[in-house]
Design a protein around this ligand. Structure first.
Ligand SMILES: Nc1ncnc2c1ncn2[C@@H]1O[C@H](COP(=O)(O)OP(=O)(O)OP(=O)(O)O)[C@@H](O)[C@H]1O
Length: 302
């Protein structure tokens, strides 16, 4: 279990993490989502004691992580897959980590095998692809057989087979009762990976709920209607309590059903060329939720 209480980190005038209070529970894959710059990596570093908080506390299994000797036995983490000495072999890299954490040497070959790097274990890491480095980072996280695991953007550089493997691995680790926290800025990745979601924006907590609860947010149906008279239909829809966004002759409406909208248009003699109901995607629910907390938007949208 990982517990954050009012956790805050400021860098000069930037508040990277803002009074974050949440509990990451064992037995789940918790997706840690937020747009670029939301504060995900900073939070993971605070959990690991790599940065000191400006305020608040964070504990792993009841204690600050930095107080624990042989840390890899308590928390395994993949933060930056590129952060490995390029001249070392994969096996030597893991062996050094094992030694400094009093982990038996046989474990090195076990995890190399588990992540699919056994056949290249003697090769220099400098020649590894990003996907291979991600696998090595995952091997390092698994090395101490820890009860809690943190992964920062673990899908980067993985091919589809790798992505599927990582998803299966996370589910298995959670199924064994471990605490698994996985950061990503892509909802699409998390939708198929996590069963619980924590969403942050500009360092603040925006959502902390199960995936089905999050999906229910996006279940709010929208009606898309095409009309040669969008101005009149927009006014009539708003007067009837609907919310409208217009894009040329297409209106997207929430708050009214397709039947209500069709009747409304018919009663006023407004022609309708198309009328359809659709559900918003998880991706749209995520963007809706974080829309006013995005630091880096493409120029025209700003
Ligand atoms: N060492 C640092 N010094 C100054 N500012 C920092 C430092 N680390 C992070 N920040 C700032 O804190 C904010 C949060 O950054 P962080 O890397 O934690 O976000 P993130 O959610 O992981 O983003 P991304 O998805 O882009 O990796 C950003 O505004 C970033 O510029």
């Amino acid at each position: 279990m990982i517990e954050l209480r009012e956790l805050t980190k400021r860098y000069g005038r930037t508040t990277a993490v803002d009074r974050l209070t949440l509990t990451v529970r064992p037995g789940h894959v918790t997706g840690f989502l937020g747009p670029n710059g939301a504060g995900k990596s900073t939070t993971l570093r605070l959990i690991l004691g790599l940065h000191r908080p400006t305020g608040g506390t964070v504990t792993v299994a009841g204690r600050p992580f930095a107080e624990r000797p042989r840390g890899l036995r308590h928390v395994g983490a993949l933060l930056d897959a590129g952060d490995v000495h390029p001249g070392r072999s994969a096996r030597a890299h893991l062996a050094a980590l094992a030694r400094s954490n009093a982990i038996g040497r046989t474990r090195v070959d076990e995890v190399l095998h588990e992540v699919g790097l056994a056949t290249v274990a003697g090769r220099r890491v400098g020649g590894f692809s990003l996907g291979m480095k991600q696998r090595l980072g995952i091997a390092a996280a698994l090395l101490g057989d820890p009860p809690a695991l943190l992964f920062d953007e673990p899908f980067n550089g993985l091919d589809p087979e790798g992505v599927r493997w990582v998803r299966g691995l996370f589910r298995r680790l959670a199924g064994e009762g471990r605490t698994v926290l996985v950061s990503s800025h892509l909802m699409s990745e998390m939708a198929q990976t996590a069963d619980h979601l924590v969403v942050i924006g500009r360092g603040e907590l925006v959502a902390d709920e199960s995936l089905p609860a999050f999906a229910a947010r996006s279940a709010r149906p929208q009606v898309v209607v095409r009309t040669p008279d969008p101005a009149r239909l927009t006014a009539a829809t708003r007067a009837a309590g609907g919310r409208v966004t217009a894009d040329g002759d297409a209106l997207t409406v929430t708050g009214l059903t397709a039947a209500e909208l069709g009747d409304l248009a018919g009663a006023r003699g407004i022609p309708v060329h198309e009328l359809a109901t659709r559900s918003a995607s998880l991706e749209e629910a995520f963007m809706d939720l974080t829309a006013d907390r995005v630091d880096y938007l493409a120029g025209e949208q700003r």
